[in-house]
Design a protein around this ligand. Structure first.
Ligand code: LLP
Length: 421
C-alpha cells in the first residue's frame, strides 16, 4: 500500500487529508498509518512460511504504546533495550515471553524486572554482563534464558554511527571469543544457554552483509554443537534499510527468503532452530511523516530559508547524521514562487535543519511534510529550547486517533523545583 499520496493536490494519509488533520490537531505532529505498519510487519512474518520464527519489532524505532499495541495484536515479539521499553511493551499488551532484551549496559534493576516478568531471552553482550545476570538470577532463585550477542565483524556499509558489527564497535562479543564464553557459561547453574544473536547495523541496503553474518554465526553454532552445546534460538537482528532518497533496499520478504534459503543450504543440523529477527526502521520508517507549518520565508543573498515550526528537537536525524529526508508541500496546487531553501527550525543552533537546498514552492503559513519519519523520529525527540514535544497521530482508514497528545510547558516543568527560600 502507498500510505501517503496526493488526492486533488492534497497529501493524504490513508483516507485522511493532512490539511484537515493539521487544522484539528495543530503542528508539528507525527502522523502514522496503521495499514502501512501492519503490512510491513506481515511481510516479514509471512515470508518465514512454516518455519518456527518470531518477528521482534525493535521498540527503539518507535515506542509509542499504540504502535506497540497494533503489533502486539498481530502476535509480534519485541526487541527492547531498557526497562522503560519493557514497561511500554507490557502496557501495550505484548507477551513477556516474546521479548528479547538487547543492549550493552543492562543494569541489575533491569535484569531483575525482566526476570520477574519472564522475558524470552537476554541477548548478553559481554562476559561481565553474563556473570552479573547469573548472580541476579541465582539470587532470585531463577534461571535466565541467554543468547550471546556475537560481533561477526562484517562491514554493513552504512553510516558509521549506525554500524554495529565491526570489530571496533562496542556491541556484542567478538565472535572468536564467544566459544570460550559459551563453554564457561554452561557451568553457570542460573543460566540457560538458549541461543545466539547478532545485529550488524542499520539502514542496510544490500542482502550480502546479512548473509555474511549468518554464515559466520552458523559456523560457530556448528562448533558449539560439536562440543555438546545445542542452541535453539538464532537471532539475526534487524537493520534492513528503507528508501529515503534513491536507495533500493530489498523488500523484507526477499531478505527473509534469502536468509532462510542460505540457512537451508547450510545443513540439516540448523533446521530446528527458531529464527528471530529484530526489524525496526523497515516496519515503521515509511509509515510516518512529520507534519510542520512554514512560519516565515527568509530570503538571503547566499541562502534562503523556510523557518518551520518543527526543529531538530522534533526530528534529530538530519542534524545528527546529516540524514536526507524528503520534504514536500501538503497542498501542491497552491500558486507559489519556487525557490531553493534550507528548511530550518526555530532552535538556536546552526545545526538545526530538516533539509538543505530543497527546491520548494512554499509561502508562510503552508504545511509541509517531512517524509519517512516513522522510525527514529518521535523517539529521538527532546525538549531542547523548552519545546514541548510534538503530538503523534495514528491514521486508521478514514479515522485518526491522537496517540500522544502534544506536551504542554507544564508537563515539562512538573519535575523541576527551586531551592528553598
Ligand atoms: N536490534 C538491535 C540490537 C539494534 O541495535 C537495532 C538498532 C535494531 C535491532 C533495529 O535496527 P533497524 O531495523 O531499525 O535498522 N537512530 C538511528 C538508528 C539506530 C539503530 C540502532 N540499533 C537512525 O535514526 O538512523
Amino acid at each position: 500500500m502507498e500510505p501517503f499520496y496526493y488526492k486533488d493536490g492534497i497529501l493524504f494519509a490513508e483516507e485522511v487529508s493532512l490539511t484537515d488533520l493539521a487544522m484539528q490537531v495543530g503542528t508539528p505532529c507525527y502522523v502514522y498509518s496503521r495499514g502501512a505498519i501492519e503490512e510491513a510487519w506481515r511481510s516479514y512474518d509471512e515470508a518465514f512460511g512454516g518455519r518456527d520464527h518470531l518477528v521482534c519489532f525493535a521498540v527503539k524505532a518507535n515506542s509509542n504504546v499504540a504502535v506497540l499495541n497494533i503489533l502486539a495484536r498481530m502476535g509480534s515479539g519485541f526487541d527492547i533495550v531498557s526497562m522503560g521499553e519493557l514497561e511500554r511493551v507490557l502496557r501495550a499488551g505484548g507477551k513477556a515471553e516474546n521479548i528479547v532484551f538487547s543492549g550493552v549496559g543492562k543494569t541489575e534493576a533491569e535484569m531483575r524486572r525482566a526476570l520477574e516478568v519472564g522475558i524470552g531471552c537476554f541477548n548478553v553482550e559481554s562476559e561481565q554482563e553474563l556473570y552479573r545476570l547469573a548472580d541476579v538470577a541465582a539470587d532470585m532463585g531463577m534461571v535466565a534464558p541467554v543468547s550471546l550477542r556475537v560481533n561477526p565483524d562484517v562491514d554493513p556499509k552504512t553510516h558509521p554511527y549506525i554500524s554495529t558489527g565491526l570489530k571496533a564497535s562496542k556491541f556484542g562479543i567478538p565472535i572468536d571469543h564467544a566459544g570460550a564464553i559459551y563453554e564457561h557459561a554452561r557451568s553457570l547453574g542460573s543460566i540457560e544457554l538458549r541461543g545466539i544473536a547478532s545485529h550488524i547495523g542499520s539502514q542496510l541496503t544490500s542482502i550480502d552483509p546479512f548473509i555474511d553474518a549468518l554464515e559466520r554465526v552458523l559456523a560457530l553454532v556448528g562448533e558449539l554443537s560439536d562440543a555438546g552445546i545445542e542452541l535453539k534460538w538464532l537471532d539475526l537482528g534487524g537493520g534492513l534499510g528503507v528508501r529515503y532518497y534513491d536507495e533500493q533496499p530489498p523488500e523484507p520478504s526477499r531478505l527473509v527468503v534469502s536468509l532462510m534459503d542460505r540457512l537451508q543450504e547450510m545443513g540439516s543440523r540448523y533446521q530446528r532452530m527458531r529464527v528471530i529477527i529484530e526489524p525496526g526502521r523497515s516496519i515503521v520508517g515509511n509509515a510516518g511523516v512529520l507534519l510542520t507549518r512554514a512560519e516565515y520565508i527568509k530570503p538571503g543573498e547566499i541562502k534562503s530559508f523556510v523557518v518551520v515550526d518543527a526543529a531538530m528537537n522534533d526530528l534529530m536525524r538530519p542534524a545528527l547524521y546529516d540524514a536526507w529526508q524528503d520534504i514536500v508541500p501538503v497542498n501542491k496546487d497552491l500558486e507559489r514562487e519556487t525557490g531553493v531553501y534550507d528548511v530550518v527550525g526555530p532552535v538556536c543552533e546552526s545545526g538545526d535543519f530538516l533539509g538543505h537546498d530543497r527546491e520548494l514552492s512554499v509561502a508562510s503559513g503552508d504545511l509541509l511534510a517531512v517524509m519517512s519519519a516513522g522510525a527514529y523520529g518521535a523517539v529521538m525527540s527532546s525538549n531542547y529550547n523548552t519545546r514541548p514535544r510534538a503530538a503523534e497521530i495514528m491514521v486508521d482508514g478514514n479515522q485518526f486517533h491522537i496517540i500522544r497528545r502534544r506536551e504542554t510547558v507544564d508537563d515539562l516543568l512538573a519535575p523541576e523545583s527551586v531551592l528553598p527560600a
